[in-house]
Write a protein that binds this ligand. Structure first.
Ligand SMILES: NC(=O)c1ccc[n+]([C@@H]2O[C@H](COP(=O)([O-])OP(=O)(O)OC[C@H]3O[C@@H](n4cnc5c(N)ncnc54)[C@H](OP(=O)(O)O)[C@@H]3O)[C@@H](O)[C@H]2O)c1
Length: 324
């Protein structure tokens, strides 16, 4: 993505500080006019997310009409009034921002993979498949969503914090899918108290989970574990919705994201590809096999540059659930 090309020698993004200038066309003024960039856009994105959650007022359209909310097109920026990098970031985040509070649960997923389709080495090392620009993007998505969801393997191997420490914004609720209760209660998400955490299991094992990590950190979902051993993800989405969590970010790993897609429970996927070869590592997407090429789904897609990585923004809404 254009706005992500700029990193300093330590790999830190310079986006936070960059401003470019455009010349005022008025013939009597020669002073350069700064176009608002990512720094100005991000607080606006946070205000939109807070308003959707009911924790902040509606962002007021500014007098210069640089942004407004269109009845059918959602939030819109005036293309002449913003730095191109802000416009590009906005087009990537717009589907998340446009979610109205009364809409059904909306789910975005992400995976960062190598050229050969792996999200980590075989031993589980994923630090770091992608560059710093993509990490920043993950933290932005966390800040805009109500909850971040990871599978048990990611929680066990990475011991992540799942916070928004690279950007301004609230931490999401941290949701860990752990049907076999394999996660250690010493993991950071259970002990650091930086944000609410929910260990998800079938309601039949709720008491057992509560004894491990405390009842306030367990979400037992009735009927989560189906007879065929798979999880009923719509039942999970329903349970999260009842807790007021309706815009959800599935951050990984490959098994978890794949199962959301297979059950038709993901609206959007940010699949970023890094120029690295892992060879025989942990797979990214793993979906039921397609037999005939013309029947394989080809979702609408846009491409964004993220430093050295390429992000595919895939609209999965038209995808039928896979037969599993
Ligand atoms: N590059 C990236 O973008 C990225 C992102 C996140 C993680 N990672 C890496 O990915 C690796 C882990 O990924 P992974 O694909 O092996 O595992 P994962 O998706 O993190 O976790 C899978 C496990 O979570 C539970 N689970 C989650 N959803 C389930 C469902 N719908 N049905 C049944 N069980 C479900 C199961 O636990 P049980 O086995 O206990 O039943 C399952 O085996 C780690 O090495 C991590 O570092 C990479």
């Amino acid at each position: 993505m254009g706005w992500c090309r700029n990193v300093d020698r330590d790999g830190r993004s310079l986006l936070q500080t960059e401003v470019v200038t455009a010349y005022d066309p008025h013939p009597f003024t020669t002073a350069p006019r700064a176009l608002p960039g990512v720094d100005a856009l991000w607080p606006l994105c946070l205000a939109i997310a807070r308003h959707r959650r009911g924790t902040g007022p509606a962002p007021a359209p500014d007098a210069a009409r640089r942004f407004h909310q269109h009845r059918s097109h959602g939030f819109v920026l005036d293309p002449a009034a913003w730095h191109p990098e802000a416009l590009e970031l906005f087009s990537l985040l717009k589907p998340v921002l446009d979610c109205p509070p009364e809409s059904p649960t909306w789910v975005i997923g992400q995976l960062g993979q190598s050229l050969d389709g792996c999200i980590a080495t075989r031993g589980g090392d994923a630090n770091f498949v992608n560059g710093p620009e993509m990490l920043l993007h993950l933290h932005r998505l966390r800040a805009l969503c109500d909850a971040v969801i990871v599978g048990a393997a990611t929680a066990a191997i990475d011991n992540p914090q799942l916070t928004t420490r690279r950007v301004a914004g609230e931490h999401p609720v941290r949701v860990l899918i752990d049907p076999t209760l394999r996660l250690a209660p010493t993991l950071r998400v259970f002990t650091d108290r930086q944000a609410p955490t929910l260990l998800v299991c079938d309601a039949a094992r709720e008491a057992e989970a509560a004894a491990q990590v405390g009842a306030d950190q367990v979400l037992g979902v009735p009927g989560l574990l189906k007879e065929n051993g798979t999880l009923d993800l719509p039942a999970l989405l329903h349970a999260l919705r009842q807790r007021g969590l309706h815009v959800l970010f599935v951050e990984g790993g490959g098994i978890t994201v794949s199962r959301f897609i297979a059950q038709g429970c993901m609206d959007r996927l940010h699949l970023s590809i890094a120029p690295v070869l892992i060879g025989g590592g942990r797979p990214g997407l793993s979906l039921p096999v397609g037999m005939v090429m013309r029947n394989c789904p080809r979702p609408p897609a846009s491409v964004f540059r993220m430093g050295a990585d390429v992000l595919w923004d895939l609209d999965l809404r038209a995808l039928a659930p896979f037969a599993t």
